[in-house]
Design a protein around this ligand. Sequence first.
Ligand SMILES: [Zn+2]
Ligand SMILES: [Zn+2]
Length: 611
Amino acid sequence: MKFGKTFEKTLQDEHIPESWLSSSIRYKLLKKQINKVVDEINELGLSDSIKSDNHQYIYKFTTEDNGIIEPKLYEIKANDDDKYDDEIKELKSIEISNSNAKINHEIILQKDKDFFQDLFNQYNQLNKFMRLEEKDLESKICNFAIIIKSLLENNKQKDIKIWREIFNQYIDFKLDLNSKFNLKNFENFLNHLNSTKLINGLKRDNLKIFESFYQLNYSLLKFLTFKKLNNLAIKKIIKKFDKHTSLKSSPNLTRLINSYHGNELSLISPMTIEQIISTDIIKLIPQLDDYLCPICFNIAYKPIRLRCSHFFCVRCLVKLQRQNESKCPICREFNVMDATEQNLDEQLMKFMTTNFPKEVKMKRRINDKEITDETLENLGYDRLSALDDSKLKQFNELSQTLLEKKTAELTTQLSLFKSILLSFFEQNKDTIAKNSELKLKLFQVCRNLNIDPLIILDKSTDFNQFYYELGLKIIEFNDFQGNIKYGGLIPIKEILLSINENLDNKIKQDDLQISIDLLKVLNEEIDIITLNNQKYIKLLQISLSSDKVELLKIVNEIGHISISILRDNLNWNIIKCKEVLNELVSNGYLWIDKGNKGEVLYWDPSWINRF
Ligand SMILES: [Zn+2]
Ligand SMILES: [Zn+2]
């Protein structure tokens, strides 16, 4: 298809508004004028000599006094005459290099002047129109930016989240790049948004905003298409002119147009309009990508800004310093070792907390975990081999060490350690359930850390131990507050409230009943009774001495007890040991194991069942 037709068809296909078309380049008209120039050249009998290599011609443009630019054709001839004007003198010095002096003889043409005059007029009109459109688009972009800014100023986090996601996709589709900003890509972007249901979920206000964002992009795309098509039409028509007339206008014309752009007539702003969308709108909503630490790719929370203005998260920077890595990983400036807490960019930190609260929270958790891991590692503990038996000993020792050093600093670490232990327990539940030895050891660690055993015990798999611990709690409650406060009658409601305080799996009245049935072995008086429609635990005459409780605590930890263990741990004399042990054995609470060489061991029956 000839370009003239293609040009008109494309303008139509791209739905270029009717009102724009009058400002478009009139390609067909200009083509007709080229024919007239060709006719004129033929009439002057010049067509052959212009085409032939034997003749030299110069085709250039001069600006007349009235500002009109005119083409001029000169034929270069050997110089036998010194009478040429100043302008030709000047030309001579530029164009003629050999020693044989030559003269430029002007050939007067009219139709080419008509053609170029028309072309320039159309070009100027087009530019004027484009400039107005550009201004209009700029103000639309500006208005849109105000809407987005108001979301930010009013801290509409929900809306900001939506727009962050939309703009994120916009960037993913590279619509912020000039080379990818085209209709096809924009439609792909829209299709994607539709498929993610992001658009369908938009509420009234955001839908309105989205519509204007859509319109804005759409108008801009049309504007750019129109501009591109017309530029192409200009290029094509000049090429056609040169081809048909054999006059070489393009080199000088290109120079002329370029100089046109250099002066105040220039229409091309330093930043092209499609860039304005990305810088003035898309960049308004902070994107996480711009705030990532280039080392760990998490949000660079707490951001340490180096002298070179690059920033990293404090953890990564600390690691760099420990490794004596003194160069900024991005620009290689020697400044890493100079960084102190003075380099913390507090403003940026605040900004991150406001705009990316979720990511900041996660990063803080990662940092906390890392710090604890490092502490454990320094103490010879390796998190991955927690299931390794020998490591468990260290685990236990470590917990004791931490307990002993109850400095403020260690308290934080201890609570972290506790939470790690609990999550470790949670994650390895199945493994631990199958390995009673491991369980026992972990259980000891928990005791050392004052972790409520009811948190880690499982009613269904640790039936006896669980209800035994619950029984101890009932007695403890009575010892510490019940006896004085309630006079030996503890309201069920109160005790459940106290016991359940830190438990996720809440204890119920039925559970208390099971424990009390177990405690009955130790003291028949203990029971649940109802008074005035309220349930109480009766501990009125309970004679379970604190001695027995102490002893049972040890049995519960290690599964068995012996006289020497009692002496070592509780400083009891042998008589007291035997007395208490015999009573518990006679009540069926402990089983005697004489099979072991050496000392007699007293076993908790629930433990024996496990082996
Ligand atoms: Zn980092
Ligand atoms: Zn740097």
